[in-house]
Ligand binder design. Structure first.
Ligand code: 5GP
Ligand code: ZN
Length: 243
């Protein structure tokens, strides 16, 4: 399965799919208990019916079954800490998690909701080796930096449309605005709050005479060329080349 296929799976996921998954997980969890309870009820009924029997083989089997019940209960008790896993949030999408299921925020703000995949999907992984902006983040392609912290990078656009034109990106490889999830919230909030500060720092005149344009092209219809989430901050005195 190619990375593109995984991307399509993620895009195709709906809240309904997630509900279905939760119901299936629930049924999966309850099933052993149901079987166990039914077995115990059947066993008790059986013993009640044959309570007066003195058959040696039957008594041996009776004792064996009782021991089995106790061993099963001991096993459930010993394995009970594993149930905590149901309530723990993961740290990042593991190689075993399904695409789109994790709801966890990792240090770089990835929504591991999401959800994961047999291999990291382009929308969730921290870096895509074929992505120009990931290469800029890693310093493999040079850029004129405007701002940098552990999650966010801002750098001048290579083909500016206006006296001020820089790009603000998450360092994590998020494909586009269409791939942003709740787990990205804190990082996205910080990124947005950087816009006015950096716009002023780079020479945009104060609001309202000045101001700037904030653009986030998304997908083919949105005119997105680089498939790594980015915000254009464009400003400075007009005329501009575009926009
Ligand atoms: P999009 O059309 O995807 O919204 O915008 C991508 C922007 O990235 C374009 O404005 C383009 O000039 C800019 N860009 C593409 N490659 C590079 C690069 O290697 N370095 C820099 N600094 N900007 C780039
Ligand atoms: Zn990237």
């Amino acid at each position: 399965m190619s990375q593109t296929d995984y991307q399509e799976i993620i895009v195709a996921k709906t809240p309904g799919d997630r509900t279905t998954m939760h119901v299936l997980y629930g049924m999966h969890t309850v099933a052993p208990f149901t079987l166990w309870t039914l077995s115990v009820i059947a066993l008790i009924g059986h013993y009640v019916k044959r309570a007066d029997e003195q058959d040696v083989l039957y008594l041996a089997h009776h004792n064996y079954m009782i021991r089995t019940v106790w061993w099963t209960m001991l096993w459930l008790l010993v394995s009970s800490p594993l149930w905590a896993l149901l309530f723990l949030r993961g740290r990042s999408p593991g190689p075993w998690s399904a695409p789109g299921i994790s709801t966890v925020a990792c240090a770089a703000g990835c929504a591991s909701t999401t959800i994961g995949s047999p291999s990291k999907s382009p929308a969730m992984s921290h870096s895509d080796p074929n992505c120009i902006f990931c290469k800029i983040v890693e310093g493999k392609i040079p850029s004129r930096k405007v701002y940098e912290d552990d999650e966010i990078l801002a750098f001048h656009d290579i083909h500016p449309w206006a006296p001020v034109h820089f790009l603000l990106i998450p360092k994590q490889h998020i494909v586009s605005m269409a791939h942003v999830e709740a787990g990205h919230g804190p990082m996205m909030g910080r990124l947005m709050s950087l816009v006015p500060r950096l716009a002023q720092q780079e020479g945009c005149r104060p609001y309202p005479e000045g101001g700037f344009r904030l653009v986030c092209n998304t997908g083919d219809d949105g005119g997105q060329e680089v498939r790594h989430l980015h915000f254009h901050v464009i400003g400075g005195p007009r005329p501009w080349l575009k926009g």
